[in-house]
Ligand binder design. Structure first.
Ligand SMILES: Nc1ncnc2c1ncn2[C@@H]1O[C@H](COP(=O)(O)OP(=O)(O)O)[C@@H](O)[C@H]1O
Ligand SMILES: O=C(O)C1=C[C@@H](OP(=O)(O)O)[C@@H](O)[C@H](O)C1
Ligand SMILES: [Mg+2]
Length: 177
């Protein structure tokens, strides 16, 4: 599997299903490593002047996916960052190839009950509108192989965010040195 040569000065890129903690853990990792944090959803929302939810509602998913690919490519021109992606960034092979070339790709996972518990009641995820359990289950099934390209996988089900960040950091150091 391809990995950047100078991993130590490269990016840590978090991928994974919605609710696995990419945004939360990204913030903690950025603090621990004193690296800048880039959350692709936040960058998109800022550039469009509206929430991800509103972009989906007013412009559609395809428009969002185009922006997501563009922002990812732009952000990954830089090194030394923690990059939290949105869970659907892996739906395009070109995005996955780019990520594997530009950093250590860490996939966060969690079992369905923990994901539903974490995202239930949060209406900021347009793809989860309706019966949350059914929606998460269906999307997990659709994407069951989509995250396999990651260099490292961390199951967050039984860990708190600090413990997840520590695990990721340990794996990063093992790979980088
Ligand atoms: N390891 C964890 N244990 C418990 N709750 C978590 C954990 N990681 C994240 N959360 C909570 O789950 C919700 C979704 O987390 P978030 O970081 O937005 O996930 P993502 O960016 O992967 O969709 C937030 O309310 C967050 O506080
Ligand atoms: O999995 C997805 O398709 C999506 C995940 C979301 O980000 P999080 O994974 O950070 O929730 C956000 O990009 C959008 O709602 C679509
Ligand atoms: Mg997020």
């Amino acid at each position: 599997m391809h990995q950047p040569k100078d991993l130590l000065h490269s990016n840590i890129i978090l991928v994974g299903m919605m609710g696995t903690g990419k945004t939360t853990v990204g913030t903690l990792l950025a603090d621990l490593l004193q690296y800048p944090l880039v959350d692709i959803d936040a960058v998109i929302a800022e550039s469009e002047g509206m929430s991800v939810q509103d972009i989906f509602a007013s412009k559609g998913e395809l428009y969002f996916r185009e922006l997501e690919s563009q922002m990812l490519a732009k952000v990954l021109e830089q090194k030394g960052q923690i990059v939290s992606t949105g869970g659907g960034s892996v739906l395009r092979d070109t995005n996955c190839q780019l990520m594997t070339n530009k950093g250590l790709v860490v996939c966060l996972t969690a079992d369905i009950d923990h994901i539903v518990q974490r995202v239930g009641g949060d209406d900021n995820r347009p793809l989860l509108a309706g019966d949350t359990y059914e929606r998460v289950s269906s999307i997990m099934e659709q994407r069951k192989h989509a995250y396999e390209f990651a260099h490292v996988t961390v199951d967050t089900s039984l860990l708190n965010p600090d413990e997840v960040a520590t695990h990721v950091l340990t794996r990063y150091r093992v790979q980088a040195f």
